[in-house]
Design a protein around this ligand. Structure first.
Ligand code: COA
Length: 431
């Protein structure tokens, strides 16, 4: 048998056959365009609302096998990275493709540490928000505002400019996040401390009161960077796709990152762990779980923290987080919501409705419980997600900018509205 790397598509309207080449095992949607019944026609498109089966890019950053529950950054299993690396080490890997040498990691850590400070006018801008402003709204706006402080960042095709702006953003997002939190609790903003690690410095900016030196609990600081590592990237999710789409217009990385953060703020994406905690609070007691599950099965509610567009197996990040939760609770004491979550998980994993639909706990199911035990307000959860995800967004953005095949993102549509019709004067219009 001839082993050709092509598909033959027969158009049954015309009887004509087309040989379509396969690249990496896939067809190019543009190759469908030649399929038409007459030369004047536009040609055939692929219709794919919500991009459930469309690859928008070729990427070497993150690999996910949703059926098997595998997640790798640059080929390295997430479990090994979470176990052995610091957050900035993995950030370097995700951005540069290889694990850093000792010298590279030292220089990278130095560079990040020396960019954590933010212009006083951004502080003033943040102070202008209402006392009850959602920290994610403050985060999105403040990141966008940074673009006005670094006008040279708009030269996105310049590799040197990207090299300067990427660490700047990664260094500044914890400061913005912490200040958004301090604002929400009505306390003075704490400046970064260059003697602390990325996560310990963040904790210092969040929680330092009057002591001269805030001492982060090492178990909690480790738990935070494990959570950060797990959240760095997740290939072409809603916010990464936004980062690429907005970045494809050559908007600067601050405006582009703000747009990605806005996508993350939705409850079906980064806002889900906040919803998980609200759900656990609403359930209140283990005895109320069966009734809650029934309502989910009737379609009245979604079981928050369950289900994933890509994972149709246990989310590997959820497994690591569950372990981290135990370590955190050794320090903070057990959170009663963990018991409700564990019971909910047990029941849902045995229930036919969830089993049949392959609905497993996702990363958000446990992360909120840990964050809460560590002392974070639920409003901060999405902001906590945005800090490490900034690294992933920038890796996706850089890959997009340097990919010769990419151009401004502009999908097609299937127009289903009226055909041309004539204007109707006001007096002749009926409702
Ligand atoms: C993540 C999510 C948006 C993925 O959605 P999706 O891939 O489009 O999956 P679908 O909405 O097509 O769901 C398939 C089926 O499972 C059901 N389903 C999906 N997630 C569910 C959930 N969390 N609780 C109850 N039912 C759920 C859907 O109603 C649908 O049922 P049907 O086939 O009878 O109509 C969805 O699972 C969800 O909303 N989960 C809760 C929010 C969440 O945790 N988000 C964080 C993601 S990291």
């Amino acid at each position: 048998m001839d082993n050709k790397n092509t598909f033959t598509i027969t158009d049954n309207r015309t009887g004509k056959s087309y040989e379509i080449p396969l690249t990496d095992g896939n067809i190019r949607a543009m190759d469908l365009r030649q399929i038409k019944t007459n030369p004047e026609e536009f040609g055939t498109m692929a219709y794919d609302p919500a991009f459930t089966n469309t690859a928008s890019c070729r990427s070497a950053v993150t690999f996910i096998d949703g059926a098997k529950g595998i997640l790798r950054y640059r080929g390295y299993p997430i479990e090994q990275l979470a176990e052995n690396c610091t957050f900035l080490e993995v950030a370097w890997l995700v951005l540069n493709g290889e694990l850093p040498t000792e010298a590279q990691l030292k220089a990278w850590t130095d560079e990040i540490t020396h960019h954590t400070l933010i212009h006083e006018n951004i502080k003033k801008l943040m102070e202008g928000f209402r006392y009850d402003a959602h920290p994610m709204g403050m985060f999105i706006s403040s990141v966008a505002a940074l673009s006005t402080f670094y006008p040279e960042a708009k030269n996105v095709r310049d590799a040197e400019v990207r090299k300067a702006e990427i660490p700047r953003l990664i260094a500044k997002v914890p400061t913005i996040a912490a200040w958004a939190y301090r604002h929400s609790i009505g306390q003075r903003y704490v400046y970064p401390d260059n003697n602390l690690s990325y996560t310990a410095n963040f904790m210092n900016m969040l929680w330092r009161k009057v002591e001269s030196k805030y001492a982060a609990n090492p178990v909690l600081a480790r738990a935070l960077y494990v959570l950060f590592i797990l959240h760095i990237d997740h290939e072409q999710n809603c916010s990464a796709n936004t980062m690429r789409a907005v970045g494809s217009s050559e908007a600067d990385p601050y405006a582009t990152t703000a747009a990605a953060a806005a996508a993350l703020s939705g409850p079906l994406h980064g806002g889900a762990n906040e919803k998980v905690l609200r759900m656990l609070r609403e359930i209140g007691h283990k005895d109320n779980i069966p009734a809650y599950i029934e309502r989910c099965k009737k379609g009245e509610l979604k079981l928050m923290g369950f289900g994933h567009r890509v994972y149709k197996n246990y989310d590997p990040r959820a497994r690591i987080i569950k372990r981290t939760a135990e370590e955190v609770f050794e320090v903070t004491g057990r959170n009663p919501q963990l018991d409700i979550a564990l019971e909910l998980e047990k029941i849902a994993l045995e229930d036919e409705y969830f089993v049949k639909r392959k609905l497993y706990p996702n990363v958000d199911f446990y992360s909120g419980i840990i964050y809460q035990a560590m002392g974070f307000d639920t409003k901060m959860f999405t902001v906590l997600f945005a800090i490490p995800r900034t690294v992933g967004w920038l890796a996706q953005w850089q890959e997009m900018i340097t990919d010769k095949e990419q151009k401004i993102a502009r999908p097609r549509q299937v127009y289903v509205g009226y055909d041309q019709r004539d204007f109707v004067p006001m007096e002749q219009r009926t409702s």
